[in-house]
Design a protein around this ligand. Structure first.
Ligand code: 5RP
Length: 282
C-alpha cells in the first residue's frame, strides 16, 4: 500500500523557517556529533570510482519524507553500507527558481549531525553562486546547482570542491546537454532532471534518456569523469529504462518514502537497476 507523501500535496510545504530555535538545536547536535567528514562518508564514497559506479546508487529524496521526523526518515533508509541507501537527496527549493519552498542550511546542518549517510544537496534556487559553498561547508557530500541558474558554473564547481564537497550540475528536462560538456569537465556529478523541478510524485519524462545516453557515452569514452544521476518519477516501472540508458545514481522520492517499507523499496529499486544494467551491458 502506498503512503501519501507530503510532496504529493501541491500546497506550500514545510519550510526551514523555525528560526533561532532550529539553529540552536543544530549547533548543539552538530558539536555533539562532530567527526571528520571523510571518516563519516568513507564507506559510501569508496564505491564511486572510475567510469562507472560499481553498482547502482540509490538516493532517496527527502522531499517525500515527513519533514517533522527527518532524522527518523533518514535512518529508515540508511541501513548498513552496501544495503541501505547510498546518498540522501536533499531538495533545497526557494520558491523563485521553482514554485515550491522547502528547506535550507539549518536543516542540512541538523541532518548532517543526525545521520552518516552522504547528503546529496540539490539546490533548486536562484543565485547558487552565492549559496552553494555554504552547503559544502555544512557537510554536504555533493552540492548540485542548476546550470539554468548559475552565473559562473565553473567558478561554483571550483569553490564547492575547495570547500571539501563534490560538485554537481543539474539540467532541467528542456535544457540540452551538449552546450555544457566543457563546463562538465569541472564537475563530479551530472543530475539529469526527468521531471520539471519543484514537486515530487510527477510522471517520468522518457525523452531525457537521450541526454543520459549522451552523457554515458562521454563518460565511457573518457571525455568526462562523472556520476550520471537522474531525478524525477523514478520507480519500479521507470528505473530499468534509466539503468539501461546508463544512469549510475537514481533519486527516488515517492517510490521510497511512499512505500510501506522504505528500506525494502531501496533494495528493490537497486536490484531492478542492477539487473537492467547487467542485461544492457552483457
Ligand atoms: O527534485 C525533485 C523534484 O523537483 C525530487 O527529488 C523528485 O521529484 C523526487 O520525487 P519523485 O521520485 O516522487 O519524483
Amino acid at each position: 500500500m502506498r503512503r501519501e507523501t507530503p510532496s504529493d500535496r501541491r500546497v506550500t510545504p514545510v519550510t526551514c523557517a523555525a528560526g533561532a530555535a532550529a539553529v540552536t538545536r543544530t549547533d548543539q547536535a552538530g558539536r555533539a556529533a562532530e567527526r571528520p567528514r571523510a571518516e563519516r562518508s568513507r564507506t559510501y564514497t569508496a564505491r564511486v570510482s572510475g567510469a562507472r559506479t560499481d553498482r547502482p546508487l540509490i538516493a532517496p529524496s527527502i522531499l517525500s519524507a515527513d519533514f517533522a521526523r527527518l532524522g527518523e526518515e533518514a535512518a529508515a533508509v540508511a541501513g548498513p553500507p552496501g544495503e541501505g541507501a547510498d546518498w540522501l537527496h536533499v531538495d533545497v527549493m526557494d520558491a523563485h527558481f521553482v514554485p515550491n519552498l522547502t528547506l535550507g542550511l539549518p536543516v542540512v546542518q541538523s541532518l548532517r549531525a543526525a545521520t552518516d549517510i552522504p547528503l546529496d544537496c540539490h539546490l533548486m534556487i536562484e543565485d547558487p553562486d552565492r549559496w552553494a559553498v555554504g552547503y559544502a561547508e555544512a557537510g554536504a557530500y555533493n552540492v548540485t546547482v542548476h546550470v539554468e541558474a548559475a552565473a559562473d558554473p565553473v567558478r561554483i564547481a571550483r569553490d564547492i570542491r575547495a570547500a571539501g564537497a563534490k560538485a554537481g550540475l543539474s539540467i532541467k528536462p528542456g535544457t540540452p546537454l551538449d552546450p555544457y560538456v566543457e563546463v562538465l569537465r569541472h564537475y563530479d556529478t551530472l543530475l539529469v532532471m526527468s521531471v520539471e523541478p519543484g514537486f515530487g510524485g510527477q510522471s517520468f519524462i522518457p525523452d531525457v534518456l537521450d541526454k543520459v545516453r549522451r552523457a554515458r557515452h562521454l563518460v565511457d569514452t573518457g571525455h568526462l569523469t562523472l556520476v550520471v544521476e537522474i531525478d524525477g518519477g523514478i520507480n519500479a516501472d521507470t528505473i530499468e529504462a534509466a539503468a539501461e540508458a546508463g544512469v549510475d545514481c537514481f533519486v527516488a522520492g515517492s517510490a521510497v518514502y511512499g512505500a510501506e517499507d522504505p528500506a525494502r523499496a531501496v533494495r528493490a529499486l537497486r536490484e531492478r537497476a542492477a539487473n537492467a544494467a547487467h542485461r544492457a551491458h552483457a
